[in-house]
Design a protein around this ligand. Structure first.
Ligand code: GLV
Ligand code: MN
Ligand code: MN
Length: 426
């Protein structure tokens, strides 16, 4: 298969996409914030649809805004080959997370098309809605709904910080209809491949340029609300206090302690736990905090070990309730299983890389991706490219043009092979 990835077009488009953000001065890189269904997100979507249509691909959107960009194959009745990722970005993030998979996917399809390649199966690029949990507290909204992992009533009732529900926000953004229709049938995709930056340091450290993801670690999210007793910072005497923020501080350290202990026990580094937000009420310098809400992210390659960490944290909560006279309420937002890539797709990527004389590394993804949920309905795999110093979710996130182009080339060749597989291929 002979085809040419257009580097200038691809890198130019990545830079254009990075401009769909509020102005954010950053001394360390190009800062991008693109929260789902904000004006910047909607502008980015409209622009991507124009690119897809200009390239001659069909575009369809579902009720949650997942956008399907389809190149119809010679046998459209066969299940398609899918690729894609997300364009939303957490606050003050970089310009490569997700976007490399979306624009790299588009470029891969265009490069194949321009070479005269004719796919047997349709090839479809997906822009998946809200991979990031920033607005509604739960990540991979679009891919969860596609695979039926998230109850549609619960999804529509999710609220953002301003109290608006997903149902209201998606409707205002122009995405109407029942979320039930977002779910895709189990045979919709023959195979799915997502291109993404590694978001960790291993490829760079080992001097390699392509990673093949074998497993995606299992994420879980929790919300803890700690209620104490507020009052005047001068007048409320120390012996009478039930300070919710002091209790939250102990809880945060408990979470860190148990994640570290899990790693010490396993001799590994697979358990990670983060308290990423802390909302303090009333949030005044001279007011004793009466209520605190924490958002907690815990991940592990082993979901049993992840649950053991949470059990230990809950025991500490019991002790904290007694010691500090506070209420602690826990809500589980999500607790997902890990997934494994398809050995067949891994093999196809390996063959492509052998042909292109690219050394590869098989690796675990510790970040989650939409592929974790697409795996519920299709065989999946992921292609990783290095990112500088392993940095991601920061403005100084960076992947080199050469690595982006190489990853896109590998993706294109992989999609080309998978889309040539006749009926009955595993
Ligand atoms: C995705 O952005 C993740 O948090 O892993
Ligand atoms: Mn991300
Ligand atoms: Mn991502």
């Amino acid at each position: 298969m002979q085809f040419q990835v257009n580097e200038e077009r691809l890198i130019g488009e990545l830079k254009t996409l990075a401009g769909f953000t509020g102005i954010e001065p950053s001394a360390i890189g190009i800062a991008v914030t693109r929260v789902v269904f904000t004006e910047d997100d909607l502008r980015a979507r409209a622009w991507l649809k124009e690119l897809a249509e200009a390239a001659g691909f069909g575009v369809r959107e579902d009720a949650v805004g997942n956008t399907f960009i389809r190149w119809v194959g010679a046998k459209p009745e066969l299940s398609a080959v899918g690729t894609g990722s997300h364009v939303d970005a957490i606050p003050h993030a970089g310009m490569y997370d997700g976007t490399v998979g979306v624009l790299g996917g588009l470029e891969a399809m265009r490069a194949l098309k321009e070479s005269g390649f004719k796919p047997l199966r349709s090839i479809e690029l997906l822009l998946l809605t809200s991979e990031e949990p920033t607005r509604f507290g739960i990540g991979c909204l679009g891919s969860r709904l596609i695979s039926g992992v998230l109850d549609v009533k619960r999804a529509d009732a999710l609220v953002d910080a301003s109290g608006s529900t997903l149902a209201e926000v998606r409707e205002a953004a122009g995405f109407r209809g029942s979320l039930i229709d977002v779910r895709l049938p189990a045979d919709f995709y023959h195979a799915w491949v997502e291109l993404h930056i590694e978001q960790g340091p291993l490829l760079e450290r080992e001097g390699l340029t392509i990673g093949i993801v074998t497993d995606i670690a299992a994420p879980a999210g929790y919300r803890f609300t700690i209620s104490g007793f507020g009052g005047h910072a001068g007048a409320l005497l120390m012996p009478d206090r039930r300070d919710a923020l002091c209790a939250a501080a102990e809880l945060i350290l408990s979470i860190e302690r148990h994640a570290l202990a899990a790693n010490a026990a396993s001799g590994g580094v697979d358990t990670v736990a983060t308290v990423g937000t802390c909302e303090v009420y009333p949030g005044a310098v001279n007011g004793v905090p009466s209520r605190v809400t924490l958002q907690v992210d815990v991940r592990d390659t082993d979901p049993v070990r992840r649950e053991d960490v949470m059990r230990a944290v809950r025991a500490d909560c019991d002790a904290l309730r007694l010691k500090r006279g506070v209420e602690i309420e826990e809500t589980m937002v999500n607790a997902d299983d890990p997934t494994q890539s398809s050995p067949h797709i891994i093999r196809v990527i390996e063959e492509v890389c052998e042909e292109l004389e690219i050394a590869t590394k098989k690796m675990v993804s510790r970040a989650y991706h939409d592929s974790l949920f697409i795996a519920q309905l299709a065989p999946v795999a992921m292609i990783f490219i290095p990112c500088r110093n392993g940095v991601s979710h920061r403005p100084d996130e960076y992947a080199s043009d050469a690595d982006i182009v190489r990853g896109t080339k590998v993706l294109a060749a992989t999609l080309g092979r998978l889309a040539s597989e006749p009926e009955g291929t595993a």
